[in-house]
Ligand binder design. Structure first.
Ligand code: NI
Length: 202
């Protein structure tokens, strides 16, 4: 998810492993290529991770570096062409002491009944910002970077970001969920993207 809502940021849970990843990636070594709307890799179902080992932890680290370099608040593995159920999120990217979230094999276990509409962006669709309706609260389970099972409840920007990133694991992009076709087409054309690459959610 693109960074557009930093003012709503809230704290995430402690995580010592990723403290080593600097949030200031402006002059860091080249980061991973982020695929954009129209790329087939964004439309695949990602696969569950059976073993959380060093290769997964390194991948999470590279994803965090890429996300910070691109000034995003969330990145899913399929966006860098890796077909795995892994995503990283940091809604507090401007706060160097706040630690990011690494979600492995995330599953939403419950949605709140309240829906809200909020503007989203995506590192895979740069420059495009549109309103999307989603549940405002989610509960989820996942594994952390040490493979430990975890549960959490999220609301606000974090809940929205989690749902946006989890969509990526199912080959879904936020533009698929935009209800105003007129706004959608206008915004896509403005940034050089194509309506034919959108797969509307029924
Ligand atoms: Ni995205």
């Amino acid at each position: 998810m693109a960074n557009h809502f930093s003012q709503l940021a809230r704290k995430s849970k402690s995580n010592t492993f990723v403290e080593k990843v600097s949030k200031n990636q402006s002059d860091a070594k080249p980061h991973k290529k982020i695929y954009t709307l129209g790329s087939d890799v964004l439309r695949q179902n990602a696969k569950r991770i059976s073993k959380v080992d060093n290769s997964i932890r390194n991948l999470a680290k590279e994803m965090l570096q890429s996300m910070y370099a691109a000034k995003g608040i969330g990145l899913a593995a399929p966006q860098i062409g890796i077909n795995k159920d892994l995503l990283v999120i940091d809604v507090n990217f401007e706060d160097s002491s706040a630690e990011p979230l690494i979600l492995i094999n995330p599953e939403i276990t419950d949605y709140g009944t309240t829906l809200n509409s909020y503007e989203e962006g995506c590192l895979s669709i740069p420059g495009v910002y549109l309103n999307v309706i989603r549940p405002s609260i989610v509960k989820l389970k996942f594994r952390d970077e040490m493979g430990r099972p975890r549960k959490m409840k999220a609301d606000g920007l974090l809940a929205r970001c989690i749902q946006h990133e989890m969509d990526h694991l199912n080959g879904v992009l936020f533009v698929d969920r935009v209800t105003s076709k007129e706004d959608l087409n206008k915004e896509l054309i403005k940034e050089g993207f194509h309506e034919k690459d959108v797969i509307p959610i029924k």
